[in-house]
Write a protein that binds this ligand. Sequence first.
Ligand code: ADP
Ligand code: MG
Length: 247
Amino acid sequence: MSAALSLRDLTVAYERHPAIHHVTLDVAEGALTAVVGPNGAGKSTLLKAVIGEVRKVEGSIDLAGRGRAKIAYLPQVSDIDRGFPISVLEVVLLGRWARIGGFGGASAHDRHEAIHAIEAVGLRGFERRPISTLSAGQFQRVLFARVLLQDAEIILLDEPFNAIDARTTADLMALVQRWHADRRTVLCVLHDIDQARARFPDAILLARELVAAGPTAETLSAANLLRARAMAEAWDEDADACLRAAD
Ligand code: ADP
Ligand code: MG
């Protein structure tokens, strides 16, 4: 197996709080992997470390010789400011940001491809719409169009199906499966364990530490999920202890 992504002893802390520690795993080229774990498990942090958005990391992140420009990243919706006065077409063109370095540099060809991507996610005619006027599902389609335009070899998606309707979920899941068929490497943070089991051949179960990684059926076994939950409950106890110590 050749790995598209190798983490060795990866540790990330915010201020003094460790968000993930000593995570070692390999993601095979072309794998379609669900990233699962309780709230606060460090799932978003893991993706942000891979794209270089969080910088205080120890250990190593190996992208098999690729630069980070080869990675497309779809952030968790709660991390995005939708009040920003920007159109659908502009958001999608941001997918070319790494290459063109700003809107001024978008060529007619870039615009043509952006419009094509907007059509591919079912939003034909929405190019000039301000993103603030879109429903949650429509906005998630826009973010998928941006990923399409990036044409990346590694695609990281953070809870892309949260708070969107079933129809949109099915349409966007079809795009994920197309990326998988294209042999792109896809990591997708998911809340829905059933969706992970049904659609994702591989999984990573995280609870600040790695609980398990590999084929989904074994990784997301009842015993492993229980263990992850028990680890999450221990964090709450830590929080109480810290509060008590403070008074
Ligand atoms: P998940 O995505 O699995 O819910 P996160 O990666 O968002 O988990 O968060 C892991 C831990 O790191 C949590 O305890 C969270 O509160 C903390 N954390 C996340 N982002 C920050 C930040 N920017 N500053 C400080 N702590 C953070
Ligand atoms: Mg998260």
